[in-house]
Design a protein around this ligand. Structure first.
Ligand SMILES: [Zn+2]
Length: 421
């Protein structure tokens, strides 16, 4: 208890250091897209981890685009607590009217400003700073603490997924994404393309023979056929909203959004191909493979009821490992169980340090938390800042929340460390 109070007041005293650390992270230009720009930030962070005695590895996700994994090893075997944050930030477009240079952040009395302040270099800085203060206090830990700085999250790229595939496992993960330090799980997301393709290509002058009595040409305008699929998907979306529920999640949050549509050649052709890009949000207790089956079945049922589509069924392409590089992404869902011992300890710690009610809820967005679930590892999204302040012009984060986050993480590391899990 005494140790905890000492660490907490030290975090307050070293506030400027935390803010400067966050500003340094912001100063690395890591927008995604265009991506392929994280190496200098990752190298700097790796060196900072080494300075506090962590064993550090750089793990390439793409050539020259590594994740950084640092471990502060405890004595003995112990459990591993991980903090996982992404180093890439949302893109900044040329014509956005910022009041300051997005990658030259600053702070005033209340807020720290800059691209990534909220999502999520602020959270990453708070987590690292908590660990730094503990490591520098000379305290020896029983358990291990891992810091993962991953690439690619903003475009659904496999930074976290690769680490888990390569065996960088932990027993519990905290994802400091902006949620005002709630303790949350998430629903999942999968994007998919539906393609309708006609084997024949016609001049637009043939249209009347395709659609009027006596024309005798059994062909289709694939854009018009896609309208049937769109209507069908709206029906499925409504059905999900009406029939599926998850505690503490607003009903109907499981949407199926048609986000991009492409098709046709030019006005002298009957469009022989049409493609549509969908984003489906599903519930925390649903598995992505079941969602795929449900959607496929519904699309095929719609197709079966159409005289042309039944013989030319749509083709569905699922997910992908990057919105930019592969035009697709998947974020598995992350169910959160308040009776899980790691989650329970986080709720208790948060109640003691920040006086917040010990209850879990669901984040409205998606994060890499889903990958931990997919690999059977419990996790919680819990970070400083508000989702409404992520990705926006003049992005900022509350300094109080950054400090609260650092204190909560430090207290959690100490409490985690006291347990014989
Ligand atoms: Zn984020």
């Amino acid at each position: 208890m005494e140790k905890l109070n000492e660490i907490l007041s030290e975090i307050d005293e070293r506030k400027e250091e935390l803010l400067k650390f966050a500003l340094k992270l912001i100063s690395f230009k890591t927008p995604n897209p265009p991506a392929k720009n994280t190496l200098p930030a990752q190298k700097w962070l790796a060196a900072e981890m080494e300075k506090i005695g962590m064993d550090v590895e750089m793990v390439d996700v793409y050539p020259g685009e590594p994740d950084v994994v640092g471990i502060l090893r405890g004595k003995g075997k112990g459990k591993t607590l991980a903090f996982n944050g992404h180093i890439d930030v949302a893109e900044v477009k040329e014509d956005e009217k910022w009041d300051f240079e997005p990658f030259k952040g600053f702070y005033d009395e209340k807020y720290l400003y800059g691209r990534g302040a909220t999502d999520m270099k602020g959270g990453l800085a708070s987590a690292f700073f908590a660990l730094k203060v503990i490591a520098e206090s000379g305290m020896e830990l029983k358990h291990n603490v891992m810091m993962q700085s991953v690439i690619g999250e903003e475009a659904g790229e496999p930074g976290t997924k690769r680490l888990l595939e390569k065996g960088y496992k932990c027993d519990f993960a905290i994802i400091p994404e902006p949620n005002s330090l709630e303790v949350q799980g998430q629903g999942g997301v999968i994007t998919f393309w539906i393609k309708i393709k006609s084997p024949e290509v016609y001049h637009d002058a043939v249209r009347h023979k395709m659609i009027h009595a006596g024309g005798g040409v059994a062909a289709a305008n694939t854009i018009e056929k896609m309208c049937k699929i769109i209507e069908g998907m709206q029906e499925l979306e409504r059905y999900w909203g009406v029939m599926k529920r998850y505690p503490k999640m607003s009903p109907g949050a499981n949407t199926i959004n048609p986000s991009v549509i492409e098709g046709g050649r030019n006005p002298i052709f009957i469009p022989d191909e049409c493609r549509i890009w969908y984003t489906a949000h599903f519930l925390p207790n649903e598995d992505v493979d079941d969602i795929k089956k449900e959607i496929t079945q519904h699309v095929m049922n719609v197709a079966k009821a159409d005289l042309w589509l039944k013989n030319h069924p749509p083709e569905i392409t699922w997910g992908g490992e990057s919105l930019v590089r592969e035009k697709g992404e998947i974020f598995p869902s992350a169910h959160i169980d308040e009776n899980n011992p790691y989650v329970r300890l986080l709720l208790q710690t948060r109640e003691r340090v920040l006086g917040k009610k010990p209850e879990v809820s669901i984040w409205p967005s998606v994060s890499d938390a889903g990958w931990f679930s997919k690999f059977g590892i419990p996790s919680a999204i819990c970070g400083p800042g508000k989702i409404e302040e992520a990705h926006i012009i003049n992005e900022k984060v509350s300094i109080k929340e950054l400090l609260d986050a650092a204190k909560l993480y430090a207290a959690y590391i100490l409490n985690f460390n006291e347990k014989s899990w």
